[in-house]
Design a binder for this molecule. Structure first.
Ligand code: ADP
Ligand code: MG
Ligand code: MG
Ligand code: MG
Length: 398
């Protein structure tokens, strides 16, 4: 089983070989339907409609082609992050059924009963359980992989298990570097060119982004998912589940929390252009702010409770230290949320929340809002000490 790129037929056999789900004589069919940037995703279905997903890493980035080589080890990282996160939060992590290292292929449950969060938010759908469930996911997965629990050699081994140079480099470039200079990879709509140019001269902002990048490079606090955007979250009326952990590595806890906050804020700024009824815009924005508030409150509450009851390292059982740690996670999260707002408008990878706005002037006004809000968050992050202060700042802009 040396590595080869799956045909639908081969993905089908892979699924059948490694699962009992389809039974003995079922007729299977398979099709590739991935809409992501990097990998192949197949759905394998039997004649009763039972289905599984096969995801395979290509030795290059799917959206660019062979000119952008990428290690297929990212499939191992994805499978192992998901398996570890599932130990700590199985209810909100997609279930991995089998992983083949040679083939860089993952067999997993099909979340066909769920919608992608980004798509749902763009349609104006609201879920009251979103924040509470994702707060649990983030608090459990990040706490139990952190120094509070893993001590000495166990922590070093865990960090080494998740060295992820290729995908970290993508984030290092696209998230922290390109948007703040005139880089050819940037994707800037013509109406916001002048605003983007101002970013490149903004030395005060660039100093803060440098500090956030330095932390991303050198603060291995916990095993991050690494790509918690609203396209990596599946949701329905009862539950939500996180997929696509190939960017996982040991990094700053605020990065995962802030990526999610940033994606909710992107929808917040985009909603003014997505909905024509001002009442609907208001309702959408109020919903998103209430979810951001609940996300932080419940994340902090759970994380703090775990610090107090499950910390293994005796020195880290110090309560003052624990409170200070969480306060810094808050500041980091706000900074990374700000970076996400900026990179999704100026950088290479845009998101449908903004791209769906068909009128170019309206979209530009939302994108300018995203940049302004991102900038304010990055600059103010160390001075915001409560979630209420963050929400007040968001509401003072437009
Ligand atoms: P990439 O790493 O290339 O971004 P993703 O893991 O995000 O790939 O998957 C791309 C798309 O494939 C998702 O947006 C979704 O439509 C589909 N998909 C991936 N995993 C599942 C799953 N477990 N169940 C249902 N659909 C899935
Ligand atoms: Mg079988
Ligand atoms: Mg994806
Ligand atoms: Mg991915």
């Amino acid at each position: 089983t040396a590595y080869h790129i799956f045909t639908p037929e081969q993905a089908m056999r892979f699924a059948d070989e490694h699962s009992e789900l389809f039974g003995e004589h079922s007729k299977l069919s398979a099709a590739e339907f991935g809409d992501g940037n990097l990998n192949l995703v197949f759905r394998v279905v039997n004649d009763k409609g039972t289905s599984l997903i096969v995801k395979q890493a290509l030795p290059y980035a799917r959206c660019v082609g062979e000119s952008w080589p990428l290690s297929t080890d990212r499939a191992r990282i994805e499978a192992e992050v998901l398996q570890l996160h599932a130990r700590f939060c199985p209810e909100h992590t997609v279930e991995v059924l089998h992983f083949d290292r040679e083939l860089s292929a993952i067999l997993m449950e099909d979340l066909k009963q769920y919608d992608i969060l980004r798509t749902a938010l763009i349609k104006g759908k609201h879920f009251s359980h979103l924040a509470a469930q994702l707060a649990q996911y983030l608090a459990q997965t990040l706490f139990y992989t952190s120094d509070f629990v893993l001590t000495g050699p166990a922590k070093k081994a865990a960090v080494a298990q998740f060295i992820n140079p290729d995908l970290c480099l993508i984030t290092e470039d696209l998230f922290f570097t390109d948007p703040y200079c005139n880089h050819e990879r940037n994707n800037i709509h013509s109406l916001i060119q002048p605003r983007a140019r101002e970013l490149w001269q903004d030395e005060e902002l660039k100093a803060e982004v440098a500090a956030l990048k330095a932390d991303f490079l050198s603060k291995p606090q916990a095993l991050l998912h690494g790509d918690v955007h609203s396209g990596s979250i599946f949701i329905n009326e009862e539950n939500c589940k996180v997929i696509d952990a190939e960017f996982g590595f040991y990094g700053p806890i605020g990065f995962d929390v802030g990526s999610l906050m940033g994606n909710l804020l992107i929808n917040y700024v985009a909603s003014a252009g997505l909905f024509s009824d001002p009442q609907q815009v208001l309702k959408q924005q109020q919903y998103l702010l209430s979810q951001i508030q609940a996300l932080w409150q419940q994340f902090a509450e759970t994380f703090s409770h775990l610090q107090q009851t499950a910390t293994q390292d005796p020195a880290l059982q110090n309560e003052r230290y624990q409170a200070r740690f969480l306060q810094q996670v808050f500041a980091d999260a706000i900074g990374y949320a700000g970076c996400e707002l900026i990179r999704r408008t100026v950088g290479l990878a845009h998101v449908a929340d903004l791209e769906k706005i068909s009128d170019a002037k309206t979209r530009a006004s939302c994108e300018t809002h995203a940049i302004e809000l991102g900038r304010r968050l990055i600059l103010a992050r160390q001075n915001l000490t409560s979630i209420e202060q963050l929400l007040a700042l968001v509401q003072t802009l437009k």
